[in-house]
Write a protein that binds this ligand. Structure first.
Ligand code: HEM
Length: 123
């Protein structure tokens, strides 16, 4: 996993998350799930989490504590459609940011696994 951080760094991860949220904001399915007053905060939380997860600074943990991601997603209805849309928008953001291998494949594997783990609804 440290290959991701070595290859694209904190800047690459933050740019990826910014490209992702530009799409989420406009998305009919995912957009309405996010707090309209705090897009910047949401973007920062995901970026900080990825920086921490791939071996960079611990800011996420210092500010948010243990990730408990599945629990933190319980307030949102996440079924297959939401999972697939999240992955589709992240895939487009990765293409826009032209993330090369091996980081692209490692990130994708992690996103596919994590997004499926967030599901809390049948179908
Ligand atoms: C499967 C579809 C997903 C949906 C619909 C979804 C939706 C959301 C929503 C609505 C929030 C609240 C926004 C906020 O922080 O104010 C959130 C938070 C968050 N999501 Fe997701 N998410 C999904 C998958 C993922 C995945 C795959 C990851 C990690 C790769 C992730 C990481 C996070 C993180 C780190 C937070 C902030 C947690 C916190 O500290 O409060 N999410 N998500």
């Amino acid at each position: 996993m440290k290959e991701v951080y070595e290859q694209i760094g904190e800047t690459g991860l933050r740019e990826l998350v910014a490209a992702f949220y530009r799409r989420v904001k406009e998305d009919d399915l995912l957009g309405p799930m996010y707090p309209d007053s705090d897009w910047q905060g949401a973007e920062e939380r995901l970026a900080d989490f990825l920086v921490y997860r791939f071996g960079g600074s611990q800011k996420y943990i210092e500010e948010r504590g243990h990730p408990r991601l599945r629990m933190r997603h319980m307030p949102f209805r996440i079924g297959e459609a939401e999972r697939d849309r999240w992955l589709q928008l992240m895939g487009k953001a990765m293409v826009e940011q032209t993330i090369a291998e091996p980081a692209a494949g490692l990130l994708e594997d992690f996103f596919v696994q994590t997004a499926d783990f967030m599901r809390n609804q049948q179908g």
